[in-house]
Design a binder for this molecule. Structure first.
Ligand code: 4AD
Ligand code: MG
Length: 458
């Protein structure tokens, strides 16, 4: 099918002006006025629709009236002409109906609520909102690869099926081919007879394998799906989400924080450049002031704040928090929101958390109480990055694992990285949907994924 993208027509109109062009797409709306039909066609290449103007004779000749409805797939040819209202439009000459769309097509109205659209995920990409979300999602992915590629990182693909729970939070989905009524007498027999001969699950993070790769390649990143059987039914948690995880050798906490900040500013700038229409749309639709927020974020320095100082700020805030703040407590959403939204009003790296509330692999600070770790908190979302320098000392790492009752025998290969030529190294994990929410102002993680997976909903 020889056709021109609508995006191409609008970005290079002079080439096509007053010429005959062919376009394929779906009817978004159509109306009649004084015998003339106005049809808005969208082909998914850009947010803009192409307006088709059809004289009555064309409508009659092509028997359009009975066939034409919202959602119909068309191949149309006509002359690309200037238009007062739309900049450009097509004066319609010929129409082929590629796929009819009966009246029970659910997207008849112009605006549907996001809640309603969640009930028809298979049709959401036909709406302006999802077209914009998926366009930004795609450009953001590209920008992420582009940042790491241009900074000398190797892209590694870590396993999705794994035996190790990186975060130790017991949130792994199990992978099994055992029948539901397996007859084994105990757990170890059950797993021994399973496909892998061992307990297996879906990865919660590619970090441990990422560290293995970095220990030879120096600088790597992963970008893939991760899975968590978390029961948190919030607007920021999905059971299947994508994570970006760089791992850098010869790099301490201070260095990795600089990398993370530089990386975030780079990808935001890249999306602002690649998706001006989509961001202008979100600026109207999801978050007034979004563009101004993004401009400010790329121009400003992020706050770096020690956990101990964060606790002091929260205590002095005079706020009546649901969860009282004491040194040693995990920061709750309400605390994170206060720090980024009310106190600093910008992204904040909270550093040096108490060791007891963080993962085993984090570098233990000389004070014996805290670890060289940081979470990046941003207004409106909370945590978007979990980051740390890794414990490079074999003995200290083993102690931290023993303290958490972790089975050392399952991590022997990981421990070898500390035994054979251990080096200071650091890394972070950024939730892809979380940064996408931050950049688009989309409020619910369910509206950033083609098919969101959350507790109780597949
Ligand atoms: O803070 P987390 O648990 O850190 C790790 O997994 C480390 N292994 C990363 C590393 O150092 N390589 O998760 C990292 C990020 C969070 O900051 C958050 O943005 C996102 O992953 N995240 C989720 N996003 C959506 N739904 C969930 N259920 C998420 N859980 C974590
Ligand atoms: Mg975290």
């Amino acid at each position: 099918m020889k056709r021109t993208d609508i995006k191409e027509l609008f970005s290079d109109p002079k080439t096509y002006l007053n010429d005959s062009v062919t376009v394929c797409g779906w009817v978004r709306t159509w109306r009649d006025s004084k015998g003339i039909s106005f049809i808005e066609l969208n082909d998914g290449t850009c947010l803009k629709n192409l307006q088709l103007v059809a004289e009555k004779t064309i409508v009659d000749e092509n028997a359009l009236k009975p066939a034409l409805a919202v959602g119909t797939a068309l191949e149309v040819s006509g002359i690309f002409v200037p238009s007062e209202r739309n900049g450009y439009e097509m004066s319609l000459r010929q129409v082929t109906v590629l796929g009819e769309c009966p009246q029970d097509y659910p997207l008849q109205k112009k605006h549907h609520t996001l809640e309603f659209l969640r009930t028809i995920p298979h049709l959401r990409p036909r709406t302006r909102f999802f077209e914009a979300v998926l366009a930004v999602r795609s450009e953001l992915s590209f920008a992420i690869h582009s940042y790491f590629h241009s900074h000398g990182y190797k892209y590694v693909h870590t396993p999705i099926i794994t035996g190790s729970d990186c975060e130790g939070a017991g949130e792994m989905f199990r992978v099994t081919t055992q029948p539901w009524n397996a007859k084994e007498k105990n757990e170890s027999e059950y797993f021994a007879n399973d496909f892998f001969g061992a307990k297996a699950g879906l990865t919660v993070s590619g970090q441990l394998e990422g560290e293995i790769a970095a220990m030879g390649l120096g600088r790597i990143y992963t970008f893939g799906p991760t899975f968590r059987a978390e029961h948190s039914n919030t607007t920021r948690h999905a059971a299947e989400f994508w994570q970006i995880e760089p791992e850098v050798c010869f790099c301490d906490l201070h260095d990795i924080i600089e990398i993370a900040e530089d990386f975030i500013k780079y990808i935001i700038r890249a999306v602002m450049k690649a998706c001006p229409e989509e961001l202008a749309f979100f600026n109207e639709r999801t978050e007034k002031g979004l563009l101004e927020k993004l401009e400010k974020v790329v121009a400003s320095d992020f706050v770096k704040l020690k956990y101990t100082d964060a606790v002091e700020i929260l205590k002095k805030s005079g706020k009546d928090f649901k969860y009282p703040v004491e040194w040693g407590c995990d920061l709750q959403t309400e605390h994170e929101r206060y720090l980024t939204e009310e106190h600093f009003k910008k992204p904040v790296f909270v550093t040096d958390y108490p060791a007891d509330i963080k993962s085993f692999y984090m570098k233990q600070n000389p004070d014996g109480k805290t670890v060289a770790a940081t979470d990046l908190l941003v207004p409106g979302i909370g945590e978007i990055i979990g980051c740390s320098e890794r414990e490079a000392d074999l003995g200290k790492l083993k102690d931290a694992m023993a303290k958490r009752n972790m089975p050392l025998e399952s991590y022997l290969e990981y421990l070898d990285t500390r035994k054979f030529g251990s080096v200071p190294h650091s890394g972070f994990g950024m939730g892809f949907e979380r940064i996408l929410m931050y950049i688009t102002g989309v409020q619910n993680i369910r509206d950033t994924l083609l098919y969101p997976r959350t507790v109780g909903s597949l």
